[in-house]
Design a binder for this molecule. Structure first.
Ligand code: NAD
Length: 498
């Protein structure tokens, strides 16, 4: 029996009428468990209309009203962590503890949104001239849209909508069609928290739904997170249609290991960051750059740890790594490993052909480790988005830095060293938006913004933190004079006001 996931428009589930739908698969079994409605243009228009109608009141609502809903939602989210994590595991495949981590990181942004009163305080300068005061305020944009990827079906939407609605906007989410259920659960919790109808809407679908959001005249801004080619397309198209856009793309994250680093700590970090969530993280470490003569020892330590990772269904508490999202993606990832030797890599671990007993139709692949990877190899050039770690070797820090800075991506990066001076140099010289010093996955906490450089982000704003509040509001400056009735009239003056 397959279930169907419907849209959420105007505060309730709305069955799709387009006649189009897509399959949702349990990656551990390979079975289609669910079908998800794909929205037609008319259905997207209905969601935008609902959001626009809701904006009339929500845009005028008091900060106290908004935060009351957000605090209630935070409590419900906290109480439903497990339920949401189960939905994520059933459709994405990641292990339950990892899914719980994703919910926790999303909750961080809800925490931030609960404190929106402080962030929206604005600025006031009194007496800038005689009896003249100037106030800078920020106001909501209207209807804003979020388009999100499969790999964080709860967290990435929560990077967007809590701040968007806290700022007074209404929101339309187009989640990934591969794992749509978490977004519906979130919609139900928001309704239970008292969010007025139409403030948060979910339309499911593919390019048809996305393109309509990008061109709809009543959508003021678009937040996107996904792969680089689509991020570029979203940025170009939505900008051409006059919308504010932030489009976060793919990555190839390097970890630079200097000769003085604690190699056990570096190996632990490399294995955790490369193979966690089966490498399906935009902040996964996919390239280790070993500097100097430590490479053999570091590779041996990574291999020893990687060989012990237990692969299995995400709902088995003993599993450390789950399957990949689809069979097609698993086959694509395997192709990089199979072609690696021919392209000059040394294949230390080959995870292709891995199977899990009792789950033979799951989208399994084991851990792969490639050493002495040339920069020309496809496994290095492309974002693989699977459990494949490349090791590159350089003689010096400068060579390692140049290698990282030559990458077209600039999402996250990390340095492992005991040398504070080298770490300081690295944080200033490396071309990436998020830098870790002995921290392999430097995803910023909620009150600092998340975003990459180069092909990892198109647009000016990073996501959440102060950039989030800025993205979802526009500035207005009010200059006020209250003349003293006792003053003589100023008279006409055609000069430019000074
Ligand atoms: P994707 O780009 O295929 O899809 C993202 C969203 O865009 C989905 O909602 C999808 O339905 C929609 N979409 C896909 N093709 C489209 C098209 N041609 N036109 C319009 N819309 C389209 O990404 P994915 O495979 O779901 O997610 C994995 C990618 O996301 C990886 O590249 C990963 O690095 C990236 N990602 C980046 C970040 C970040 O913060 N930079 C975070 C998470 C994931």
């Amino acid at each position: 029996m397959t279930k169907t996931v419907h849209h959420w428009i105007g505060g309730k589930t709305v069955q799709g009428t387009s006649g189009n739908s897509g399959p949702v698969t349990d990656p551990a079994t390979g079975e289609v468990t669910t079908r998800v409605d794909f929205a037609s243009l008319a259905e997207v228009d209905a969601a935008v209309a609902a959001a626009k109608a809701a904006y009339a009141d929500w845009g005028q609502s008091s900060l106290a009203q908004r935060t009351a809903v957000l605090f209630k939602f935070r409590g419900l989210l906290d109480a439903n962590r497990d339920a949401i994590a189960e939905l994520i595991t059933a459709e994405h495949g990641k292990v339950h503890s990892d899914a719980l981590g994703e919910v926790a990181r999303g909750l961080e942004i809800v925490d931030l949104a609960c404190g929106i009163t402080v962030q929206l305080k604005g600025e006031l300068s009194t007496q800038v001239s005689s009896r003249v005061d100037v106030a800078s305020i920020r106001q909501p944009l209207g209807v804003v849209a979020g388009i999100t990827p499969f790999n964080f079906p709860a967290m990435v939407p929560m990077w967007m909508f809590p701040l968007a609605i806290a700022c007074g906007n209404t929101f339309i989410l187009k989640p990934s069609e591969k794992d749509p259920s978490a977004s519906l659960k979130i919609a139900e919790l928001l309704a239970e928290a008292g969010l007025p109808e139409g403030v948060f809407n979910v339309v499911h679908g593919d390019k048809v739904a996305v393109d309509r959001l990008l061109e709809h005249p009543d959508v003021a801004a678009v937040s996107f997170v996904g792969s680089t080619p689509i991020a570029k397309y979203i940025h170009t198209t939505a900008s051409a249609n006059g919308k504010r856009v932030q489009a976060l793309g793919g990555a190839k994250n390097h970890m630079l290991v200097l000769p003085d680093a604690d190699l056990d700590a570096a190996a632990d970090a490399a294995v955790s960051a490369a193979y966690g969530s089966a490498g399906e993280r935009c902040m996964a470490i996919s390239a280790v750059v070993a500097v100097g003569d430590i490479a053999d020892e570091l590779v041996a330590k990574i291999r020893e740890r990687a060989e012990k990772i237990k692969i299995g269904p995400g709902n088995d508490p003993t599993s450390e790594m789950g399957p990949l999202i689809t069979a097609a993606h698993r086959d694509k990832v395997a192709g990089y490993v199979r072609g690696a030797k021919e392209q000059g890599c040394e294949v230390v671990l080959d995870g292709t052909g891995h199977s899990v007993e009792g789950f033979e139709n799951g989208h399994w692949i084991g851990l792969s480790l490639l050493d002495r990877v040339p920069v020309t190899a496809d496994a290095y050039q492309d974002e693989i988005f699977g459990p494949v770690l490349c090791v590159l070797r350089t003689e010096t820090y400068e060579e390692g830095l140049a290698l990282i800075n030559n990458s077209p991506f600039g999402n996250g990066t990390a340095i492992f060293t005991r040398d504070g001076g080298a770490a300081r140099r690295f944080q200033l010289e490396v071309e990436a938006g998020m830098v870790g010093v002995n921290v392999p996955i430097p995803v910023p906490v909620g009150y600092h913004s998340f975003g990459g450089w180069k092909d990892s982000l198109f647009g000016d704003h990073h996501i959440y933190g102060n950039d989030g509040t800025h993205f979802y509001t526009r500035g207005k400056v009010v200059t006020t004079r209250w003349p003293d009735p006792a003053d003589a009239p100023t008279g006409v003056d055609l000069g430019f006001p000074r």
